[in-house]
Design a binder for this molecule. Structure first.
Ligand code: DHE
Length: 677
């Protein structure tokens, strides 16, 4: 049942406003007699931005879930007014609705997605745009629900405000960059939607500037970060972004091979590199650690925890992958700059770099060695978000030589998509093949690199919005999250076909997942989820456990959603899981372990630090220690971040690698070569 209060979050992100020095207070007069037209009411809702946070029947764009669903507001108000718990002053339903808009904190609704709506969730910003008449129209309509319906509201919405607000050239340039840095990953450069919803003008203009700014600033329970509350965007920047989003997205340029080659630099040619390691360290136990906001990768010795070098790389490095021998680390920046680091140098350092896209997330090496040839360290592949293509490069020098566009047709409706981005790429151990996941079209491409200038590609139909994934323990099956579809697609790399689509809880996000043997169900692969506090185990042994294969056989509850990564190791008794994107600050820095021997519950959960977010795990080569990143803020000295290292048997802290700038992903050489997770 709806209580009251923070009802019209977006609208009343509004109604405590100063007007000529006066504050409009509730309840003023009864609702005026002459009802405004349905079109005027629909336009008022739109103008107030109410739909960004609420579901309102009859308003097609009002599908927000930050605040309560208002579909039965009048009915709920009747009940609340007679309840002892009601703390407001209203005596009538209309006065109650008005009060909940103008003084939302007088009585807090219990109907926000997380339960009771927090105080201050509604702010006065939006109501400034509404006249008394518009407010009265809104009150009258909400008080009548359920029952009354607005007629032809869509026309009202579309005819009144479908014009894009303007931005100055300077505003446009700076907000375009912020969009690229913070938003394009989820919404797409052309804003056609993927992990986040589409943000094309037909979708954004009906919401309006105030409502969009509120979402950008406050986030949503469905995963949109609260950029304002995190201190990443100011209120003014959120408002500028809201205006930017109502304009057509600028189309970034393409990139030719000649342009890529202009950026290509070889710092040490292959014949000038050492023929044996120039140090006595166990380089197979080195870790490549992303220092996200520093634009660097730290090479850290897994035995001594010494930082051997901080190598300048592309901006906000996303992942590192190893060459088949493990000697080279391939690094990809969000800005599409790839770097190759030679671990045999006395001080590990970069030996080549190139930029093959403006926006990228994946890189991989050729790992096959067998009857069809030895491709160890021979080629690399980069998957780009923009331009939407992948590029094949020389594995020792990063010289790019083949570009393949991923622009094509969605797997299900066969509609052309201009921006199908390359998500995860993995290298098969048994075939000279890369498995390339094309996000927006939902296709998995099996790219054979025996003749990389003329690669053969088998296109499998899977599911839309493919994101990240990893191998099962045998490395025959590749499991990849189609995160917005709440599914995991399973590819049989030996038979080159899709064999299952497994239903999961909301928004699976495995990283590469975790392989372990369940005491009841045999070999399984695990993922956690962004949208739900749940760790699932999916059966991966069709020969030994056919009844469990490609089904969720176990769901283990976690303290909350927002999980990004899980990890395990064949020698470990645990599965580790983070909650980095949970909206609760304590849960953000809480990690949990589940015991393989008793996987019915989490065995232990604890906070890793008193600041930042705990994110991503990696084991040392032996599987005896686990590294966790504390992802701090680059602009907060002393709290920029660190790595915490735990003993995997006792779960006791072993060491900290302090003063790192925003460490995120960590990649152990041996485990990454062997795909151990
Ligand atoms: Fe990632 C993996 C995309 C946000 C850290 N991330 C991946 C992969 C993809 C991807 C496609 C798989 C690569 C592969 O295996 O080849 N990530 C995206 C996004 O599009 C998204 C949602 C938004 C964005 O704008 O980038 C996103 N990712 C993040 C983050 O915010 C993280 C935590 C920090 C950051 O870099 O900004 C982050 N992603 C990582 C890490 C991996 C990763 C550490 C590798 C996990 C592994 O163990 O292999």
């Amino acid at each position: 049942m709806m209580k009251k209060g923070v009802f019209l979050l977006a609208l009343a992100l509004a109604l405590t406003f100063a007007l000529g020095g006066c504050r409009r207070s509730a309840p003023p007069a009864a609702v005026e007699a002459a009802p405004p037209s349905p079109q005027a009411v629909a336009a008022a809702f739109q103008k107030g931005g109410c739909g960004a946070c609420h579901i309102i029947p009859g308003i097609p764009t009002a599908i927000g879930t930050i605040g309560p669903d208002l579909s039965r507001m009048g009915e709920a108000a009747t009940t609340i007014l007679t309840a002892k718990s009601y703390t407001g002053k209203a005596k009538t339903v209309a006065a109650f609705v008005r009060e909940s808009i103008l003084e939302p904190d007088v009585f807090l609704s219990t109907q926000c997605p997380g339960g009771i709506c927090p105080k201050g969730l509604m702010t006065p910003a939006l109501a400034k745009s509404l006249s008394d008449q518009e407010l009265n129209g809104i009150v009258r309509y909400l008080a009548s629900l359920p029952g009354k319906s607005l007629t032809a509201p869509a026309q009202a919405v579309t005819t009144t405000v479908m014009t894009a607000p303007t931005l100055s050239d300077a505003e446009f340039a700076s907000i375009k960059q912020i969009f690229f840095d913070r938003c394009a990953g989820c919404h797409g450069t052309l804003r056609k939607g993927a992990t986040g919803p589409a943000l094309t003008p037909d979708k954004t203009q009906p919401k309006g500037t105030a409502a969009l700014a509120a979402i950008i600033f406050h986030g949503t329970p469905r995963g949109m970060p609260d950029w304002g509350k995190q201190g990443v965007l100011t209120q003014a920047q959120a408002e500028t972004m809201a205006r930017f989003l109502q304009n057509e997205p600028p189309v970034p340029p393409e990139m030719s091979l000649a342009q890529m080659k202009e950026t290509w630099k070889v710092f040490a040619a292959p014949d000038k590199r050492p023929v044996a390691p120039q140090h006595t360290r166990d380089w197979e136990d080195f870790f490549a650690v992303t220092l996200r906001d520093a634009g660097q990768v730290a090479i850290i010795d897994g035995d001594t925890f010494e930082v051997l070098n901080k190598v300048d790389t592309g901006y906000a490095v996303h992942i590192s992958r190893m060459s088949a021998t493990g000697r080279y680390v391939y690094v990809i920046g969000r800005d599409g700059r790839a770097t190759i680091i030679d671990l045999w140098l006395a001080k590990p350092d970069k030996v080549a770099e190139v930029k093959t896209c403006y926006d990228a997330r994946s890189i991989e090496s050729s790992k096959y060695k067998g009857p069809e040839g030895d491709f160890s360290d021979k080629y690399a592949i980069i998957g780009c978000y923009w331009p939407p293509h992948f590029v094949i490069l020389d594995g020792l020098t990063l010289e790019p030589f083949k570009i393949v566009s991923t622009r094509s047709y969605t797997y299900d409706t066969e509609e052309y998509h201009p921006e199908p981005r390359v998500a995860a790429i993995v290298a098969s151990h048994f075939k000279p093949e890369w498995i390339v996941n094309v996000k927006e079209t939902g296709q998995v491409w099996l790219v054979n690199y025996t003749d990389p200038k003329a690669p053969s590609i088998k296109m499998l139909e899977a599911e839309r919005f493919l994101h990240d994934g990893g191998w099962d323990a045998t490395r025959r099956y590749f499991l990849v999250a189609a995160n917005q579809a709440n599914k995991v697609a399973v590819i049989d790399a030996q038979e080159s076909k899709l064999i299952a689509l497994v239903e999961t809880p909301k928004t699976p996000h495995p990283g590469r997942g975790a392989n372990w043997v369940d005491p009841q169900y045999g070999p399984v692969w695990s993922t956690a989820h962004l949208g739900e506090g749940a760790l699932v185990a999916i059966g991966t042994d069709p020969a030994g456990h056919p009844g469990q294969a490609w089904k969720v056989v176990r769901t283990i509850p976690l303290p909350g959603g927002g999980s990004l990564f899980v990890k395990s190791h064949p020698n470990s008794p645990w599965i580790w899981v983070d909650h980095s994107l949970n909206s609760d600050e304590k849960i953000q820095r809480t990690i949990c372990v589940v015991e393989k021997a008793d996987p019915t519950k989490t065995a232990r959960c604890w906070e890793v630090a008193d600041y930042g977010r705990a994110v991503h795990f990696e084991y040392n080569r032996e599987g005896t220690q686990v590294w966790v990143s504390v992802w701090g803020r680059a602009d907060q000295p002393g709290k920029t971040g660190e790595i915490v290292i735990y003993d995997d048997e006792s779960l006791k802290e072993v060491a900290r690698v302090p003063n790192l700038v925003t460490p995120t992903g960590k990649f152990n050489v041996y485990n990454t070569v062997k795909d151990l997770y």
